[in-house]
Design a protein around this ligand. Structure first.
Ligand code: HEM
Length: 207
């Protein structure tokens, strides 16, 4: 459970860093929040689950952030007996295997054109959401071991990000210079990054 909470905070951290580097996207997400505030918040100021369901851009943004900054190896498994794969490769008993999610997240088959670009609206074009994933179901795992907490996680992440966007402008200190990413995949020199380094974010109070 402790690990799960760490995953949640890492994904939120990635979402904040990715946002801080993209002021244009911040403006789009802020406009969506403003629209929802105008529509719903005058009476109670509450952000209900119904309101969160209408955060379509934020949903796509978080999905793109998770796609763009994935964990290093997804779904690690230990083999309990020798297995011969359909391509002839044998995985020996006691060997470990895992999904190379960095490579998978760059496939055009799953994510459409320019999979190495941060383009959060791709998920709207593809008709998928954080919760409903067809080609990219691996976000939450597959089968019986899939994340039992995905609904809780989605609402929590969207709520926290909505509160941040409504109240603060998030800026990255290195915006004027080095973008601050670390490429953690030395086998591939294309622009596909995981966020591992320290980042200095500035939260400017709105209004
Ligand atoms: C953005 C955040 C999260 C992501 C991307 C995520 C993703 C995943 C993935 C991919 C798996 C499958 C792992 C595997 O098959 O080896 C998994 C399993 C699991 N997750 Fe999450 N998770 C997140 C947050 C959470 C949180 C916050 C909790 C608990 C409060 C949680 C609880 C669990 C548990 C207990 C399992 C193991 C299920 C089993 O083995 O039966 N996850 N998660």
């Amino acid at each position: 459970m402790e690990l799960a909470v760490v995953i949640l905070s890492i994904k939120l951290y990635s979402a904040l860093v990715n946002l801080s580097l993209r002021p244009n996207i911040y403006e789009e997400l802020l406009a969506e929040q403003q629209m929802l505030i105008d529509k719903y918040s005058s009476a109670t100021n509450a952000i209900t689950m119904d309101v969160i369901d209408q955060m379509v851009l934020l949903d796509a943004y978080l999905k793109e952030s998770i796609r763009y900054s994935p964990t290093s190896t997804l779904m690690p498994r230990a083999c309990v007996r020798d297995i011969v794969l359909s391509n002839g490769v044998t995985i020996k008993k006691n060997q470990y295997v895992g999904v190379n999610i960095h490579a998978y997240n760059r496939t055009a088959e799953a994510y459409g054109t320019k999979p190495s670009t941060f383009d959060y609206k791709r998920h709207i074009r593809l008709g998928t959401t954080l919760l409903h994933s067809e080609a990219d179901a691996a976000i939450w795992g597959i089968g019986t071991a899939a994340c039992p907490s995905k609904l809780y996680t989605i609402y929590t992440m969207k709520l926290i990000m909505a509160l941040v966007i409504r109240n603060f402008r998030v800026k990255h200190k290195s915006l004027l210079g080095n973008h601050g990413y670390v490429n953690t995949n030395p086998l591939n020199d294309s622009i596909f990054y995981d966020i591992k380094s320290k980042h200095e974010l500035v939260f400017q109070i709105r209004n």
